[in-house]
Every structure is written in C-alpha cells, then in structure tokens.
Design a protein around this ligand. Structure first.
Ligand code: PLP
Length: 372
C-alpha cells in the first residue's frame, strides 16, 4: 500500500500482477456471459473452465467439485445452512469466523441444535470434549483450518475422520489457510471447504466452495441454474480468472513464501522481546500471523497511534475491528482481560520487507515506552 507499512494481510492482501493480467481481458474485451450459447461467449466459458481446473489442481480435487462464490462469507453460509441435515445437530468451534458462527445462530433460530466445542488455551479444539459432543447425533461439523485472529491451525484430518465416524459431514473454513499452507482436501478429509480470493493475493468479491462429489447440498442462492443449479447468478468471469491465477501463483511458491514470511515473523518477535515490554502471544501457527496482547494497554489507542505513524495493523478480525469489546476468540482462549484489551494482530505477507518489520518495531517501541 502506497506510503504505508501494511501489516494486515489477514484482512486482505495486495492483488498479484498475474491476477490482474488474468482478469483484464474479461473486463475489457471478453465480456460475454459465459452461460450464453453464441460463440462470443465461448472464450469466457473457457476461462471459467480453465480456472476451475487450476483451482482443483491446487487443492487436489475434481474440477466439478469447485463452486464459485462471492467469497468466504458465502461459502461458509452455504456450507452451514445448506449441508446441515434436518433432525441432526451441528457442531462447531467457538473460535470460528462470524460467517460460520452467525450462520449457526441462524440455524439455531430455525430449530437446529448447535453444540460448541471447548478449546485449549492455544485455540485448538479440545479432543476429549469433541468426542463427547459427537455423541449428539451430528449431521454437520464445521471447524476452521486456520484462525483469522490468532493463526491457530487445527488438526483437520483428525477432526474430520472422527466426524465421519460419527456419521457427520465435515466443513472447514480454509479462508486464511488456502494459498498460504498446503490445503489438500483429500488429506484434510473435508466434504466442504470454503476459500476467498482476496486473502491469497486475488481480487475481492470472489471465492470458491469445494463440495465433495455426492455431498447432499441445497442452493443458498436460487437463480438461473448456474454452477450445476447450486449457485444462481452470472459468473464473475474476471474475478474467477484472477482468483485462479493468484492461487496457482501462491501454491507454486508455497514453501518459499512460508519460509520468507516466517523469517519476518521471527525478526518481529525477537525485536518485540528485546523492547522489554509486557506482552503475551496468543495462538500462532499460520506463517506471519501474530496476535500480541500488550499488558494494560488499549488496542484502539495503539492502533490509532500506529496509524498516525503510517502503519496498518488490526486490533482483531478485520470485519470486527470497529467493535470495542474483547474478541470472542480471545475470550474463549481465556486470555485475561488486562491483556486481551490491548491486543493487536500483525499479519505479514510476501510483499513485506525486513525494513517494514524494523519500522513497526521502532514505532511500537516509541509508543510503548512513551507512556510506560
Ligand atoms: N472466514 C475467515 C476465517 C476469514 O478470515 C474471513 C475474512 O476475514 C471470512 C471467512 C470471510 O471472507 P470474505 O471476506 O471473503 O467474505
């Protein structure tokens, strides 16, 4: 971001050049509706087909198992509201994104029983409690791959295999994981998986939902029969082409990017330790995502002062950042209030530099020692 040190990549990420290039023809000349029957539309339809194949290779599934959506929120809503089985319960974790939690609340209003797992202090699902919950006749379990506030990574392969043994379908919100850590739907054992392009250097307003062949699902959005009748609406051809290019680009460099971003994370963490201020780190696991709670501080005040110094970070989840109460994720991880209130989320990406880290550290140092 011009003139600013951007360390909020979990909120959204810069659009890759290759994604822009992939999109431009479909914004400029190849604007035909891919569902039309004349030959002008065939190039748009081919772009959508190509993108479906590219994405399916990246997550190890069949092209026809990819359904295009408007992003992570829609994918999560579809999975929770349309894969839940009447007469059976839903199990989820209390650290999920609001797209899942509020979908579960909506299902509760519709008469579904929803059970919430316990979590350990690092944010991972408590295994013993999970086994107990699975006795409640679940039809669907939804647990995220990586948490957007803390970076905590769940053992999805283990959770999904236990859900299947209990007769339930398994959905994972992989919005923060996809394009950053290996996401292989077969290894994860997911029946449904949601992802969003703008979190992996693609455009905003487009994403995909993986639906394992044979998984019963009703449409969330009824319309003209697009996406095999599962998701109505004219396809966002440019966005879909851009998303596939961005995901392929990130997946080709997954290891290299993760190592580089982890080196930035280490530089930041070591620098923070040497500032000599009281803090704790919550969770962790996803490369470059650090949830740091500063003792006795107010996150909004810290955020504002960093902003004035040209540094963009978040006080929690991007979509929640305007609310002042303690994050639901930190609350269930039992982070003490005097720490939780002073929490900042730093999320570094492949375009950050060591100089960015040093600038954040020196600015933080000034702010924290100013008033301490
Ligand atoms: N799920 C997670 C874990 C997220 O971090 C986000 C966005 O912050 C979403 C879902 C929603 O995705 P989108 O912004 O594409 O609707």
């Amino acid at each position: 971001m011009r003139g600013c040190v951007y360390a909020d990549n979990a909120a959204t990420s810069a659009t890759d050049e290759c994604a822009l290039e992939a999109m431009l023809p479909y914004l400029k000349y190849e604007y035909a509706n891919p569902s039309s029957v004349y030959s002008f539309s065939s190039r748009s339809a081919e772009a959508v087909d190509r993108a479906r194949k590219t994405i399916s290779r990246c997550i190890n599934c069949l092209p026809e198992e990819i359904y295009f959506t408007s992003g992570g929120t829609e994918g999560d809503n579809t999975a929770v509201k349309c894969a839940a089985v009447t007469g059976k319960s839903i199990i989820t974790s209390p650290t999920e994104h609001k797209a899942v939690l509020n979908s579960c609340r909506a299902m509760e209003r519709n008469g579904f029983s929803v059970y919430y797992t316990d979590v350990r202090p690092d944010g991972t699902v408590d295994a013993a409690g999970y086994s107990e919950l699975l006795k409640n006749n679940p039809g669907l379990v939804s647990v995220m791959t990586a948490n957007n506030e803390t970076g905590t990574i769940q053992d999805i392969a283990e959770l999904s295999s236990r859900a299947h043994a209990a007769g339930a379908l398994f959905h994972t919100d992989a919005v923060q994981a996809c394009g950053h850590i290996p996401v292989d739907v077969k290894k994860l054992g997911a029946d449904l998986l949601s992802a969003s392009a703008h979190k992996f250097n693609g455009p905003k307003g487009v994403g995909f939902l993986y639906v394992k062949k044979g998984t019963p699902l009703t449409p969330l959005i009824d319309g003209g029969g697009q996406e095999n009748g599962l998701r109505g609406g004219t396809l966002n051809v440019a966005g879909i082409a851009g998303m596939a290019a961005a995901l392929e680009n990130n997946c080709l460099c997954l290891q290299k990017n993760a190592e580089y971003i982890s080196s930035l994370e280490k530089r930041f963490f070591d620098g923070l330790c040497s500032l000599g201020v009281g803090f704790v780190r919550n969770g962790g696991g996803l490369p470059g995502l650090l949830s740091i709670s500063f003792h006795g501080r107010d996150s909004e005040a810290l955020l504002h002062r960093l902003d004035l110094m040209g540094i963009a970070v978040s006080s929690g989840a991007a979509c929640d950042s305007r609310q002042t109460q303690i994050s639901h994720v930190l609350a269930v991880m039992k982070v003490p209030a005097e720490y939780a209130q002073g929490t900042l989320r730093f999320s570094f990406g492949k375009y950050n530099t060591p100089e960015d880290i040093d600038k954040i550290l020196s600015s933080l140092g000034k702010i924290l020692t100013d008033t301490e």
